[in-house]
Write a protein that binds this ligand. Structure first.
Ligand code: NAD
Ligand code: DAU
Length: 350
């Protein structure tokens, strides 16, 4: 039996990862470690929480002793590390938290794995989930490959780049078995409505302005979150130790075009005349240091490990809209508390 520690399993991608592993590997023991920040929510896992091979531990990766105890008590042999502060805008208003969790928290996990495994690395793996933002910003052409030089621009991406370097340092210096993947923008159900797609869906539903940073010309490559989970699974089981794999959807969209598409789908779903939601589009002050374009070459993952995304974007996006409309209670719950206060403060300053 394998015991896999998934950090950040109560968050957006983490909850899909936990569900994916529980469904595919009933003989694995899956431990979800999460401190339940504003972005973590155990409601994301209601459908799988009763499985006997699943357990949840509330712990903060900044707490080195607590993390070491989890490794020692549960004899962890694989780690899929997703816990992080993940929102670029928050990293601009409060960078320090990103340094603690994303950098120091990652080092605490690396140390705990190394000390628990005591140089006996057979059948062990530390998998670090990272972002394409570490590569910086592209112009109109070109793609990020695994050998693109790191050039992070935001406190978030700098903290993730730093954690990637530290993971590699533990591999080279201590021979800790590690793998890193760098993925593009994910979308799907259970994403906190501060990220573009769920925010736009939420605001359309509530007839609120749809904030577009700058001119909406920035480009992102979107991947359905379950396809990210399937890529991580493939790399976790078949990838080469010490390697990096890029994961992407080969699916570039200018923000403004994506928001207009969402408006169209929402008008249809809500039975509103076409063009109603687009009227809510509001151009606001640009994000500081806003990266122009991300685009991923995931050729290595496709050719070496045979992975490819399963879902067309149009299908994935409609599925996602339908998910948020069907899960009103979830949306209401995660937007109760400080959400509105944070959101109003954030947008009144733009
Ligand atoms: P998220 O913000 O939805 O979830 C993060 C989770 O980590 C939450 O459950 C939160 O409670 C937990 N967490 C935060 N700080 C913690 C701490 N100190 N100790 C323990 N748990 C803590 O993030 P996400 O979008 O699901 O991203 C998950 C990972 O994937 C991150 O490492 C992110 O950098 C990476 N990533 C995200 C995307 C994307 O498009 N969302 C793309 C590529 C990579
Ligand atoms: O590329 C991977 C990264 O994608 C992940 O590492 C991050 O964790 C994740 O948050 C995401 O970062 P982005 O900054 O690209 O995602 P976000 O949803 O915040 O923004 C997407 C684009 O939309 C970006 O160009 C900014 C713009 N935007 C965003 C918001 C929230 C707007 O125009 N208006 C908005 O209100």
């Amino acid at each position: 039996m394998k015991t896999i520690l998934i950090t950040g399993g109560a968050g957006f991608i983490g909850s899909h990862m936990v569900r994916f592993m529980l469904n595919k590997y009933p003989d694995y023991r899956i431990i979800n470690l999460d401190s339940l920040t504003y972005a973590g929510n155990l409601e994301n896992l209601r459908d799988v929480e009763d499985k006997l091979n699943y357990s949840f531990i509330k712990a903060d990766i900044n707490d080195a002793d607590a993390i070491q105890k989890v490794f020692d008590d549960h004899d962890i042999n694989g780690v899929i590390h997703l816990a992080a502060e993940s929102h670029v805008d928050r990293s601009i208003s409060n960078p320090t938290e990103f340094i603690h969790t994303n950098i120091v928290g990652t080092v605490n996990l690396l140390n705990a794995a190394r000390h628990h495994w005591k140089d006996n690395y057979e059948g062990r793996l530390f998998y670090h989930v990272s972002t394409d933002e570490v590569y910086g910003s592209l112009g109109d052409t070109g793609l990020f490959t695994e050998t693109t030089a790191y050039d992070p621009r935001s406190p978030y991406s700098a903290s993730k780049a730093s954690s990637d370097h530290l993971v590699r340092a533990w591999y080279h210096t201590f021979k800790l078995p590690v793998i890193i993947s760098n993925c593009s923008n994910n979308y799907g159900g259970y994403q906190f409505p501060e990220k573009l797609i769920p925010l736009i869906i939420y605001n359309i539903k509530h007839n609120k302005p749809l904030p577009i940073y700058g001119k909406g010309e920035n480009v992102r490559d979107w991947l359905y979150v379950v396809d990210h989970a399937s890529a991580i699974d493939r790399i976790f089981h078949k990838g080469c130790i010490g390697e990096t794999y890029n994961i992407g959807g080969n699916n570039e969209w200018k923000n403004i075009d994506l928001v207009k598409l969402l408006c169209k789908i929402m008008d249809d779903r809500l039975g509103r005349p076409e063009g109603t939601s687009e009227k809510l589009i509001t151009f606001v002050t640009d994000r500081a240091g806003h990266d122009l374009r991300y685009a991923i070459d995931s050729g290595k993952l496709q050719s070496e490990l045979g992975w490819e995304p399963s879902l067309e974007f149009s299908e994935g996006l409609e599925k996602t809209v339908d998910w948020y409309l069907a899960n009103e209670e979830w949306l209401n719950n995660v937007t109760s508390g400080d959400y509105q206060k944070y959101y109003d403060k954030m947008y009144s300053s733009r």
